[in-house]
Design a protein around this ligand. Structure first.
Ligand code: 5AD
Ligand code: FES
Length: 368
């Protein structure tokens, strides 16, 4: 069980004092030891949450103020050769209909996204062999030729070093590949035997070495996940130093082996988002669609505890419902235009401000 005291803890002022002390320490040092992180997760309760959330917001504000970077998310294919146990588009799911967008459909969506103001496009899909290096290279070059001062993010799963390199050279700037969990045992529980924990990590180090801005991340409350596992996630991220960290609740899907499992909660996910902001002051942290699907103002709540990126859907309305990695996904009947406006009013509603620049992390120009 994760965060066992989050709902209610017996009154105990010495534990309360220690938790407050650790939160303050995390705020000033951006780090804690393995034991301290574990103590925090074991004992954190509702009593300390306002303090944690305030510190995380303050930290975000120091680096990014109340700006929210926007990325248009295009779901290019729901074909997948993988069998991740949690995911609704896993290869054995016969219930969903499969689709892939043509080059022309992709360009049409990007044209529309550009006209809506987006300067970053995330091309996401299952691991679909149809999208070869040749084809991806052509698509990346075409988008960059149409819109030179933009950023292309890929989220296409595990590929070879040579493939990542080729797509980077074609003009891709960023790559999202969640590590999913930093514990080998849990990784094996969540994935079939043909997926390899070390290989996934190697993909992430390869992406960094090639020069991509890299996004890692994990789900909160997956089956069998413990506080120990979450501590490993926080420490692994400290070591990897990704540019972006995607954190969302695990949401049980009825066509997966985890259909009976319990899903993550809003509070658990917000705690992990807030702790991640404190440990990684400069990182890009999305308020995830999964959180928005779990709770009607889940994304807004994430913005208030340290998140600073939103990824509204720019996929054609017709295919949205089929990109069902979890159920009750929001926006499936909406258009890119509708989501763009919806997001803006939500952001403004919580005293944040839309930022339509390419949205690199603040240290990015210094490092290059
Ligand atoms: N619930 C929540 N998140 C999920 N993902 C996949 N399936 C689910 C689910 N059932 C997340 C994974 C993946 C990302 C694209 O979506 O972390 O990396
Ligand atoms: Fe799509 Fe609100 S973001 S409808």
């Amino acid at each position: 069980m994760i965060l066992p005291n989050i709902e209610k803890r017996q009154k105990n002022s010495s534990i309360h004092d220690k938790v407050m002390f650790l939160l303050n320490d995390l705020y000033t040092e951006s780090n804690l030891s393995r034991d301290q992180l574990f103590f925090l997760l074991e004992h954190l309760s509702k009593e300390e949450l306002p303090h944690l959330y305030n510190l995380a917001y303050k930290k975000k504000y120091t680096y990014y103020q109340n700006k929210v970077f926007m990325r248009g998310l295009l779901e290019i294919s729901n074909y997948c050769s993988r069998g991740c146990h949690y995911c609704g588009i896993h290869r054995q799911n016969k219930v969903i209909s499969r689709y892939r967008l043509s080059k022309e459909q992709i360009y049409t969506c990007i044209d529309e996204a550009y006209s809506l103001g987006y300067k970053t496009y995330v091309l996401q899909g299952g691991e679909d062999p149809y999208f070869t290096d040749e084809l991806m290279e052509e698509i990346i070059r075409e988008i960059k030729q149409r819109y030179p001062n933009t950023r292309i993010t890929l989220s296409l799963g595990e590929r070879s070093y040579a493939s990542y390199k080729r797509l980077y050279e074609a003009g891709a700037d960023r790559y999202l590949l969640r590590h999913e969990t930093a514990s080998k045992e849990l990784y094996q529980h969540l994935h079939p035997s043909d997926m390899d924990f070390e290989q996934r990590r190697e993909c992430l180090t390869n992406l960094k070495e090639i020069g991509y801005q890299v996004g890692a991340g994990f789900m909160v409350h997956t089956p069998k996940q413990t506080n120990q596992d979450l501590v490993e996630d926080l420490l692994y991220l400290k070591e990897l130093k990704p540019d972006m960290i995607g954190i969302g609740p695990f949401l049980a899907h009825s066509s997966t082996v985890f259909k009976e499992a319990s899903s993550g909660t809003l509070e658990e996910t917000l705690v992990m988002v807030a702790l991640t902001r404190l440990m990684h002051p400069e990182v890009l942290l999305p308020a995830t669609t999964a959180l928005g699907s779990l709770h009607k103002i889940g994304r807004e709540k994430a913005l208030k505890v340290g998140a600073n990126v939103l990824m509204p859907n720019i996929s054609p309305t017709a295919t949205r419902k089929d990109y069902e990695i979890y159920e009750s996904k929001i926006c499936i009947d909406d258009t890119a235009d509708h989501c763009r406006n919806c997001i803006e009013s939500r952001v403004v509603g919580v005293n944040h401000q839309i930022d339509l620049s390419v949205g690199d992390p603040i240290y990015y120009n210094e490092r290059r």
